[in-house]
Design a protein around this ligand. Sequence first.
Ligand code: ATP
Length: 248
Amino acid sequence: PAEEPALHVEELDVTYGRALSALRSVSLTVPHGGVVALLGANGAGKSTLLRAVSGTLRLHRGAITGGRIRYGDTALDGRDPVAAVRAGVVQVPEGRRVFAGLTVDENLRSGGLGLGRRSPALVRAGRERVFAFFPRLAERTHQAAGLLSGGEQQMLAIGRALMAAPRLLLLDEPSLGLAPLMVHRIAEVVREINAQGTAVLLVEQNAGMALSLADHAHVLEVGEVRLSGPAGELARTDAVRRLYLGEE
Ligand code: ATP
């Protein structure tokens, strides 16, 4: 098989509006099949980086003002979300945004829009894969997504992204606001998705969860990469232990 691509973000600069600089010269790589975590406080620029990669930055009035993003040979900077999805790069947005008024099934079917007409068999296979991960969704296919619990909505948001059969999944704070048991379940699923061959770029404030999943991690501070390294090593550094793992 052809070699699977890696994500390369090179010296990326992003601003919102005229003046607000959100990222400065940020570089990172997500190798094929890898899990990379992005840690940092509120406002550090984690979501901004994911938006830049997934082509959704413009929807938030942001712009790339320097640097490059490519996935294999495909340039992703300045492209739209459809281009990213076609390249195999799919984002699960922050805040488990699902279409509240649509059913679970309709939400799933909306995953992968922009990929063109897909055969019913392909859609069916996608749904079966999602239901294998999240049996609870299978029991609620006709329920309005807005009536699901928070954890179920996060499952649906991930499931919808999986419908596009991503090669690289961008996950924005999947643990936010969830009970510990649900966080644990989401972590397991991320591990399984990765084991099936999908690379993951994971944004988290839950550093414990993120570092347990990731091979490699980066700490963002006010728009710049402050620390990078193998996840196990970062988990042992004083700064990360104090600031992000809540240790003394
Ligand atoms: P959080 O976990 O709070 O989402 P984050 O690390 O993901 O934090 P970003 O959301 O990427 O951080 O925000 C980075 C900076 O850009 C912050 O200063 C934020 O206020 C600013 N920002 C984010 N979105 C916008 C926007 N649509 N317009 C203007 N400024 C924005």
